[in-house]
Design a binder for this molecule. Structure first.
Ligand code: F3S
Length: 401
């Protein structure tokens, strides 16, 4: 969770079994992991633990966690930790196929050591921020997920229940099967207090998500967007990046019993002019541009649609224009022909990573992307100017009209 409210500390009720785990009767690793969850839960005011069905562990990029993070994972492994629930892994910092000329694979050895420890503990080698590709969570199901874009998707699209966990908390849940019963796990905290009518004609979901993140501070209900899953995925990821949203109710999409509506609902509107500052300005011909699609990672339908679009253009990227596509690890085996085909058009496909959790080999002036989340982070991490556009416009800028 992002903040610890003041004055909420409690002593949590633990079952006899949970007390035995904490006392170390099942080994150091489970004891330590449960201690982390209990301490955070008590600081937040949680009264008990709950079992989770699925943990998704973020924060496993070696460039982000370094040797300290690697040592923590090694300690858990040596303490005989293993995944007690279905556990998926977020992207690491290397292109697992090593074909990418854009992603810098200099930490490949370290990342692969980290990956091997995690996999040896029974975590699934998914290396993606769309864990619902591998296991779709059910309505009301309790999860312990890191990765804000996945958390908000699970809560808003599936009606599942997870807080925005940090990597160590999700790791601890994987090892114990528990999380603290707090926040978005309780229906009483899933209360809509704002209604947003989307009146903008330009359905630029990435920019809309940024606008929500910056301008809306409580749980909103969104009206006036389509049920296009790809668009909603972009909107949710961007709002979770620019704000601290973990749930956005989408009219006609979010399962009815997964939220309640307050008696007092504030009304807001968003129009085209509100989105302009988040969309940004198109690059000039002289700018060195990175086009980027795949934040969050593409699902199979999205990937094949993109391949078709690039194939139908039949030409390679212009000078000073690169295109990066990031996809889940599972595709490295399944879609190898398509990955090679895209390479012939000068398109760089990075598997199991993304430019936000890795390093880039080259410097660019501009990022052109359909993703508000990518724009948000790439402007901060790499100092790039950003322009958010539809996939078709991104391709026009990279390949020429
Ligand atoms: Fe996924 Fe990287 Fe974007 S982890 S949501 S592609 S920042």
């Amino acid at each position: 969770m992002d903040q610890v409210p003041e004055g909420t500390y409690t002593i949590m009720f633990l079952t006899r079994e949970q007390e035995k785990i904490l006392a170390g009767e099942y080994g150091w690793a489970r004891s330590k992991a449960l201690e982390v969850i209990v301490k955070v839960g008590e600081a937040l005011g949680a009264e008990r633990l709950i079992e989770v069905e699925h943990a998704h562990v973020s924060g496993i990029s070696y460039t982000n966690i370094g040797d300290a993070g690697l040592e923590l994972v090694q300690d858990f492994y040596r303490g005989r930790a293993y995944a007690r629930v279905y556990t998926t892994l977020n992207p690491g910092c290397v292109d697992l196929l090593s074909y990418s000329q854009i992603v810098d694979n200099r930490y490949r050895d370290k990342q692969l050591i980290l990956n091997r420890y995690l996999e040896a503990m029974g975590f699934r080698p998914t290396y993606t921020c769309i864990p619902y590709l591998h296991r779709k969570p059910g309505p009301g199901e309790h999860l312990s997920w890191g990765e804000s874009s996945a958390v908000i998707f699970a809560n808003s699209l599936f009606g599942s229940r997870t807080n925005r966990e940090g990597g160590p908390l999700a790791l601890s849940s994987a090892i114990t099967g528990y999380t603290y019963y707090y926040g978005l796990h309780l229906l009483e905290n899933r209360v809509v207090e704002v209604s947003i009518a989307v009146e903008a004609k330009n359905k630029c979901y990435g920019a809309l998500g940024l606008w929500i993140g910056y301008n809306v501070k409580s749980i909103p209900m969104i009206r006036g967007v389509s049920n296009d899953i790809s668009g909603l995925k972009l909107m949710l990821a961007a709002s979770a990046a620019s704000g601290d949203h973990g749930l956005i109710v989408i009219e006609g999409v979010t399962p009815a019993k997964s939220y309640i509506v307050s008696d007092k609902v504030e009304k807001m509107y968003v129009e085209d002019r509100d989105l302009e500052e988040y969309i940004g300005v198109e690059p000039s011909e002289n700018d060195k541009v990175l086009g980027y699609i795949g934040c969050p990672h593409l699902d199979p339908r999205e990937f094949f649609e993109l391949v078709d679009k690039i194939r139908s253009r039949g030409k390679s990227a212009k000078r000073d224009r690169d295109l990066l596509v990031s996809i889940p690890a599972v595709y490295s085996n399944l879609f190898i022909d398509e990955i090679h085909e895209l390479k012939r058009y000068g398109v760089d496909v990075a598997v199991g990573t993304c430019p936000i959790v890795s390093k880039l080999r080259e410097k660019y002036d501009y990022l052109v992307t359909n993703s508000g989340k990518a724009a948000f982070y790439m402007s901060r991490l790499h100092g790039l100017n950003t322009y958010i556009a539809s996939i078709d416009r991104v391709l026009e800028i990279v390949f020429g009209g």
